[in-house]
Design a protein around this ligand. Structure first.
Ligand SMILES: C[S@@+](CC[C@H](N)C(=O)[O-])C[C@H]1O[C@@H](n2cnc3c(N)ncnc32)[C@H](O)[C@@H]1O
Length: 294
């Protein structure tokens, strides 16, 4: 197996998600998440909170629970988390790792649900105080995003969808081949697979426009990974997956890939490589929020 083929499941371009890959990226995800969206979210949740009610938060495509772990500890009060994913092996890892207490010591309850989140209806989401998700939207098709947005909007749920790729990658020091791999990788993210055409880097714009069509208040913020010497293990695995996906999309690149990866890995292991991977976080508040001062 070549260096380029030996990447972890779940790294860019792979259809499966290994817990090991999700664990590897969790600290970089936590550092990247757009914490500035939490102010408006907290303001909205406070405004609609009913005394005595324990809010229910739903994490769609939760994997091993990275988003819930980050968010639960940053919101106050008692919380009920419903963690949804179609992969039972990832769901099995969620419960033991969620925080037991919220930011102000409130009790946190966690349940898991194995399901396909593209089939959720507004009825399934009714009563949720928040629908969230991370590193998910870009894996969906336009129809799936529209359906999910409609379900959330009809259920009047606020939504926080974090860390969707936007197709921007910067490697430093730069090489002329970077742009070729980046273009092929982005095409791979927009690939058609089993009759589904994935949105990839277009996902946030599609979701934002769909929410606006429902009258929601939409805020988006940049949430890039900034990987340097302190994140060399993640940068290495990301690079292998990025190049492998680019070559799968454009096989002509394969003849350059071994040497390109070789050079990049030397830089990575010596702390000389910096990688910025663009993401965007989206907060959508129901149309009723327009009267709420945030
Ligand atoms: C890139 S991982 C992100 C996991 C987690 N949200 C995180 O940030 O670490 C994408 C997750 O979405 C899940 N997923 C993708 N499509 C799904 C679907 N249609 N229904 C349920 N889960 C899905 C995958 O199983 C995987 O756990």
């Amino acid at each position: 197996m070549s260096t380029v083929d030996s990447h972890l499941a779940g790294v860019p371009g792979s259809p499966r998600f290994a817990a090991r890959w999700l664990d590897l990226r969790e600290p970089a995800d936590a550092a990247a998440r757009a914490a500035e969206l939490l102010g408006p979210l907290r303001g909205y949740l406070e405004h609609v909170r009913r005394p005595g009610e324990v809010p229910a938060f739903c994490d769609l495509g939760c994997g091993t629970g990275s988003m819930g772990r980050w968010l639960a500890a940053r919101l106050g009060g008692p919380q009920r988390w419903i963690m949804c994913d179609r992969d039972p092996a990832l769901l099995a890892r969620v419960g033991a790792r969620m925080p037991r207490r919220s930011a102000d010591g409130g009790r946190i309850e966690v349940t898991t649900e194995g399901r396909d989140i593209t089939r959720l209806s507004s009825g399934d989401l009714a009563g949720m105080s928040l629908v969230c998700g991370s590193a998910l939207l870009d894996l969906l098709t336009e129809d799936e995003v529209h359906r999910l947005v409609s379900a959330c909007a009809e259920a009047a749920c606020p939504v926080l969808w974090a860390l969707s790729v936007v197709g921007e990658v910067v490697l430093e020091p730069a090489e002329s081949l970077d742009a070729e791999f980046a273009a092929a990788f982005n095409a791979h993210q927009r690939r058609s697979e089993g009759g589904r055409r994935l949105l990839g880097p277009d996902a946030v714009d599609v979701a934002a426009a769909a929410f606006e069509g429902h009258g929601a208040r939409v805020l988006t913020r940049s949430s890039p990974w900034r990987l340097g010497a302190g994140q060399a293990g993640l940068a290495e695995q990301w690079l292998l997956g990025w190049v492998a996906a680019a070559c799968a999309q454009r096989p002509a690149l394969a003849r350059f890939s071994e040497r390109y990866v070789g050079r990049r890995l030397v830089q990575c292991r010596s702390g000389a490589l910096r990688v910025t991977v663009g993401h965007r976080d989206l907060l959508a508040l129901p149309c009723s929020s327009h009267s709420v001062p945030l």
